[in-house]
Design a protein around this ligand. Structure first.
Ligand SMILES: *Cc1c(COP(=O)(O)O)cnc(C)c1O
Length: 492
């Protein structure tokens, strides 16, 4: 399996292609594009039938081996078996069902055959779906680095979910250190405790005196110093990482296979979306031949994606137009994985894709509506790819959290609430609608308290997390001091 950049010129595509392990540790392609396989591997009906019985780890192996063809099969099987275990993914919710790793729960069955189903993806160590891919990434990184006797120093900024998922995936891993910046005293007590209570010597929590944007600016400044970056072996684990996307493909297959008994049954997915990483994996599953009917992107007030799927206009937002909402992990100004879908939408034309995303840089977006003066008319093909969308506001979240509690007796988190709100608007007769649960309510307790008047339940093991000893340093937003701190701790 070969990979190309979404911006590769047709003439260069063949010569610049790479293998899975080549792109595993990197981020963007050198031309600024994102990596995709030259073609999507196809899955047959016979394979789907066989896969119905598999454990999550075995299913992950079957799917990954189609993409990571340069990793020996026995090694890949060992990596998936080590990653997708009860011990890692059943911490938050114990029990028979939880051992399925991503169990389904039917919320509603209507007389017309429509069903509303929740797929749990948040039982991992940080109580959010990012653990599904990040834990595999930790093991893949360790494996690949050991093969080349190499080291990697992950440097990033977080306002919550991504940073903690990365730290829990990389803690104790040989050859890897994590330097994670977060805005000092700006995260919730729960999120702070989750990250800062890690005592592993390879995890460095750096609380920056400033806001999240200051943290991100420091990451950019350090990454732009190419000699420093090379010497210190700096890397990232952001949402455009291809291995993260592939790992997420697996739970779409698991969800479909668990919700159906034969391959002619229809299933749609609603996905709480921000950077388009999660739903991009659904798109890839569908392109591989998984019988997904609709892929519904649910956004919050930051509705960049909903606007595109309604109108064909992609318009990124400025910082001042990006709202801080009660589903904060979806507060984005542009959707960093969206380019992967646009590449498919414009017929896998790298030259077109490059021109469109250069226009994002120069003009803040592009228009594929087909109207006079637009950049193309491919919006008319969006339905062919199954995409739909919807939007949810703070008031919708409160109402949905209350409804779901009243109707089904469970407490959902704010991001999942955006999903359920939009899913309900897109239910169809005879079709199962699976909503992906992206976090547990305990992580966003303030809003739960507003909606229900009671605290969200804390999963076992998290009761006193704020009282645990914390390990972190406080630093000013000073790039030179940051570089000195990194160098002192890597010894490179
Ligand atoms: C990251 C995240 C999302 C958004 O996922 P994308 O892949 O960025 O679209 C939604 N909900 C939660 C809880 C998240 O952490």
């Amino acid at each position: 399996m070969q990979y190309v950049s979404t911006r590769a010129a047709a003439s260069a595509a063949a010569s610049s292609s790479q293998q899975f392990s080549d792109i595993l540790l990197g981020g963007l392609a050198p031309d600024g594009g994102l990596y995709l396989p030259t073609e999507y591997p196809q899955v047959t009906g016979a394979e789907l039938d066989k896969w119905r019985q598999l454990s999550y780890a075995d299913l992950a192996y079957e799917i990954l081996r189609k993409f990571a063809t340069d990793i020996p099969e026995a090694d890949l099987r060992a990596l998936t078996a080590k990653t997708y275990t009860k011990e890692v993914y059943c911490n938050a919710r114990k029990g028979e069902k939880a051992s399925q790793i991503t169990p389904l729960r039917v919320l509603e069955e209507r007389e017309d055959g429509a069903r509303l189903v929740l797929q749990a993806l948040s039982n991992g160590p940080t109580l959010a779906f990012k653990d599904m891919a990040m834990q595999l990434l930790g093991n893949l990184f360790e494996y690949t680095l050991a093969k080349h006797d190499a080291q990697l120093n992950i440097f990033g900024a977080t306002s919550g979910d991504t940073g903690s998922a990365a730290e829990y995936a990389m803690r104790g891993k040989k050859g890897i250190r994590v330097f994670m910046l977060s805005p000092h005293k700006k995260m919730s007590a729960f999120q702070t405790a989750q990250m800062f209570s890690l005592q592993d010597p390879n995890i460095f929590n750096i609380a920056v005196e400033g806001v999240f944007d200051d943290c991100q600016d420091m990451v950019k400044a350090v990454s732009n110093d190419l000699p420093f970056k090379a010497k210190q072996k700096i890397g990232t684990v952001n949402s455009i990482n291809w291995a993260r996307v592939v790992a997420q493909v697996v739970y779409y297959f698991r969800g479909y296979l668990s919700a159906t008994t034969s391959n002619d049954q229809k299933v749609s997915f609603t996905v709480p979306s921000g950077n388009f990483g999660n739903i991009c994996a659904g798109h890839i599953a569908r392109m591989m031949g998984l019988p997904i009917d609709k892929l519904v992107a649910a956004t919050n007030e930051n509705d960049v994606l909903d606007e595109f799927f309604r109108t064909g206009v992609y318009r990124v937002r400025k910082s001042a137009e990006t709202y801080h909402t009660s589903s904060p992990s979806m507060d984005i100004s542009k959707a960093s994985n969206f380019e992967r879908f646009v590449y498919d939408l414009v017929g896998r034309d790298g030259d077109r894709t490059r021109a469109l995303f250069q226009k994002v840089e120069t003009h803040g977006g592009f228009d594929l509506s087909g109207k006079p003066g637009s950049d193309g008319d491919e919006f008319k093909l969006v339905a062919k790819y199954g995409f739909k969308s919807g939007k949810s506001t703070h008031q919708d979240r409160l109402n949905t959290i209350r409804d779901v509690s009243d109707d089904y007796g469970i407490t959902i988190d704010t991001h999942t609430a955006d999903g359920i709100k939009v899913a309900r608007e897109n239910m169809e007769a005879g079709v199962t609608m699976i909503v992906l649960e992206t976090a547990l309510a305990a992580k966003f307790n303030e809003t739960i308290l507003d909606a229900l008047g009671v605290d969200a339940e804390r999963p076992a093991g998290f009761e006193n997390i704020e009282a645990l000893p914390q390990k972190f340093v406080v630093m000013p937003a000073d790039v030179e001091k940051m570089k000195a701190y990194i160098a002192a701790n890597t010894g490179l």
